[in-house]
Ligand binder design. Structure first.
Ligand code: PEP
Ligand code: MG
Length: 757
């Protein structure tokens, strides 16, 4: 069969139609609305190559080349591709393909209708194998001549240099790999996005939907921060709506080519999906999941009110919690890059080097993202990556914090990964040891598979509370699933950075209410997940070098050393309007019944700052200690050494921010990989400051916690329990381990006391 309609295919037809074609057939047969189309089968390609006599020619060229000679490989690839493109397609094939295209045009009622043409490789012996770099897509193809031209281009794409290299490297015989071509009516979406039919982090039965304006490319590529919705599948209750600032969209220009344009100003912050549309999507998600009998990751589009599904695949991140890899790395290849282990776990994939934000769409599911340093705009692409490697940074930098929260293995501070690692080469990274190995092997892929997996709740009871740190509201459910006793640090910076607008701009534009709502809406997600357990909201700690990138951030001063500069509570007291909006947001939530939120001020160096912050809080009608618990972070040696003076001013809790406390005690910039080897929380001076703070708090009956990275390091936590710390707040991935450590340390204290009697 040369051509098969979607209606006549199902998921077992990968050998005929490739993975994509088989899947579209399966969905069509299940009655799920997908844009109609057909597949030019793998057999057609094989027959074309054979009957036209070019197969031998091509195989002879391939026999001759040395794939490690890049130039020779490139020119062989070009030669083969032009042979395929220039060889006429046999008449009988043309007739059948033309007929199928004309029928499609008739069916949708359009002459020369726009189609998407996609290639999908498949192998004779291994129909389920996936082939890197052989998934070309051509959009907005129209008319019989163009359709023929692009089908040939898809066939030719089987001989891109990278595809040839990949097959040689993985011992696939070139003559046994075929290519099917999917021809599908283009969905000219007004709005589009993705939907997970369960929460991909926790497996909870909610539909997690992301949507934005225009074609789905904007969401899938990570070019836009989409709106985020959650719908409870039991009763279709909409449990969360987060509207983001959608700056760009893809749309069709006059020739039907898709182009990236700015979203009109009045639509940027408009909600994309109505309640009815969310319910329609959720219902479709339920049908897809019921059909495949497993949770699915889908791409959807609305075109003039009609909903279509464009893609559906099983969610790969669900599964058991990340296993300890033990000495699995002992049989890994050569170490090619070294850095700091910032987020534990093993990951394998192809390297994609991102030197500019415009290159983010290079990152496909499962790639290893290699960049100088991550920024908040990169988060959507980070989510697609199976691992992250950066040149700069330490274990408390942006990339480290976010990767840990996303559950993605990460190595930071390598110094030279962006120049040493080769684009598209296969690597394996160990996010615990901070190593990047050459190559991918089956074993490594297995290790990488549980990336982002669910985290099991620890059934151990401890007196010392074990809480979780949260930076992104979307990570709250996963954090709560650990059974953590609350959130010991809710960072606000990420909320602001993803909103994309400088908080000062909201105020300058008279949009104070919008700023309050943005904060309240995001904090509510976390407060909800943990209710009635406490969530400590940390007021904004905005470093000028990060906030300069935001819209309205152009007035941020250029500081020589932002780490020692205008950030934390000192900055907020200079800009009290922003701090007051934060307090008003917490007040709003308090009035809605979220009485579990506490407030914590960052980076204080004098008790007077605490006094002033509390006064501003009262000024907005939220009474510290009465309406909300009011606390502070100890991040500057000055605060640790004068903690009793803060206690005199009045404080409900203290949390040790050891990331900053360490950098300020040791004069080591925590973001600077050149001095990373000097950075250690276990330096006796840092430990003395920690011990002093805990003991003074214990004496005064003030709750004392830790939320710096040291709180995720079991052997340090053991010492802190000995000092009398009342709670520990760890990264989500470390909660279970830390709880075990705490339990052991508590038992040891009891035993030691008993033995002394
Ligand atoms: C700290 O400094 O330890 C801390 C938790 O705050 P951040 O990492 O956000 O500076
Ligand atoms: Mg800090």
């Amino acid at each position: 069969m040369y051509v098969v309609k979607f209606e006549d295919l199902n998921k077992s037809d990968i050998g005929i139609a490739g993975g994509k074609g088989a899947n579209l057939g399966e969905l069509t047969q299940a009655g799920i609305p997908v844009p109609p189309g057909f597949v030019v089968t793998a057999e057609t390609y094989a027959k074309f190559m054979e009957d036209s006599g070019i197969n031998d020619k091509v195989m002879n060229i391939l026999d001759e080349i040395d794939i490690n000679d890049t130039k020779a490989l490139q020119s062989a690839a070009e030669e083969i591709k032009s042979i395929i493109i220039e060889t006429p397609i046999p008449e009988d094939m043309i007739l059948l393909i033309t007929e199928a295209y004309n029928q499609l045009c008739q069916r949708v009622g359009e002459d020369d209708t726009d189609v998407a043409i996609r290639s999908s490789a498949t192998a004779e012996d291994l129909p389920e194998a996936s082939f890197a770099g052989q998934q070309d897509t051509f959009l907005h193809v129209s008319g019989n001549d163009e359709v023929m031209e692009y089908i040939r281009k898809c066939w030719a794409s089987l001989f891109e240099a990278r595809a040839i290299f990949y097959r040689e490297e993985n011992n696939f015989e070139h003559s046994k790999v075929y290519i099917a071509v999917v021809v599908q009516k283009m969905a000219n979406a007004d709005k589009a996005g993705v939907m997970f039919t369960v929460n991909p982090s926790t497996g909870e039965e909610i539909a997690l939907i992301e949507g934005s304006w225009g074609l789905g490319e904007a969401v899938v590529s990570g070019d836009v921060t989409p709106d985020n919705y959650q719908v409870d599948k039991k009763d279709n209750e909409i449990i969360n709506v987060t509207i983001s600032d959608k700056k760009v969209m893809y749309t069709n220009d006059e020739d039907g080519t898709s182009i990236k344009v700015n979203v009109p100003e009045d639509k940027r912050k408009e909600r994309v999906l109505s309640d009815d549309e969310l319910i329609e999507l959720t219902e479709m998600g339920k049908r897809v999941q019921a059909h495949y009998k497993e949770p699915m990751d889908t791409e959807w589009a609305f075109e003039r009110g009609n909903l279509f599904l464009l893609q559906a695949r099983p969610i790969t991140t669900l599964g058991d919690s990340v296993e300890e890899t033990g000495d699995a790395s002992s049989d890994l290849g050569e170490v090619i890059v070294r850095g700091l282990g910032a987020s534990p776990g093993m990951a394998s994939g192809n390297v994609k080097i991102v030197l500019d934000i415009d290159e983010l769409d290079k990152i496909q599911d499962g790639d290893i993202m290699v960049t100088t340093m991550t920024t908040p705009d990169m988060v959507p692409a980070m989510r697609r990556a199976s691992g992250i490697v950066t040149d700069e940074g330490g274990v408390t930098c942006h990339a480290s914090i976010i990767s840990r929260e996303l559950g993605i293995p990460c190595v930071v501070g390598t110094g030279d990964a962006t120049t040493t690692l080769k684009e598209n080469s296969g690597v394996t990274l160990d996010g615990k040891k901070g190593l990047v190995y050459d190559g991918i092997s089956e074993a490594k892929e297995e290790i990488a598979a549980p990336q982002g997996g669910s985290v099991e709740a620890a059934p151990i009871i401890t007196v010392t509370e074990v809480k979780a740190n949260v930076s992104m509201p979307e990570a709250a459910a996963k954090a709560a699933a650990t059974g953590a006793d609350g959130v010991g640090l809710l960072r606000t910076e990420h909320l602001m950075l993803t909103a994309g607008i400088h908080p000062g701009k909201f105020i300058a534009d008279g949009n104070e209410d919008e700023l309050i709502d943005t904060i309240a809406d995001n904090v509510m997600i976390v407060a909800d997940e943990f209710y009635p357990k406490p969530v400590w909201y940390r007021t904004l700690d905005a470093p000028t070098d990060e906030f300069i990138t935001l819209e309205g951030g152009e007035n941020e001063p250029e500081e020589h050393n932002p780490m020692l500069g205008w950030r934390g509570i000192r900055r907020e007291l200079d800009q009290p309007e922003i701090l007051k909006c934060e307090f008003k947001a917490i007040k709003k939530l308090h009035e809605q019944g979220y009485t579990n939120i506490g407030i914590m001020i960052p980076l204080s160096q004098s008790p007077n700052e605490l006094r002033q912050a509390k006064a501003l809080c009262s000024e907005v009608g939220l009474e510290p200690h009465k309406d909300v618990d009011f606390g502070m972070m100890v991040e500057i040696p000055a605060a640790a050494l004068t903690i009793e003076d803060y206690i005199d001013v009045g404080i409900d809790f203290v949390s040790l921010g050891t990331n900053d406390l360490t950098q300020y005690t040791l004069a080591v910039d925590r973001n600077n990989e050149f001095v990373a080897k000097h950075y250690t929380e276990e330096h006796p001076a840092v430990m003395k400051l920690i011990e002093r703070t805990i003991k003074k708090c214990v004496e005064a009956g003030v709750t004392c916690s830790i939320c710096g990275q040291a709180g995720s390091v079991p052997h340090i936590v053991e010492k802190l329990v000995g000092f009398g710390i009342t709670s520990v707040s760890s990264n989500t991935d470390a909660v279970a381990e830390v709880r075990k450590t705490v339990a052991r340390a508590e038992k040891k204290i009891i035993l030691d006391a008993a033995r002394k009697r």
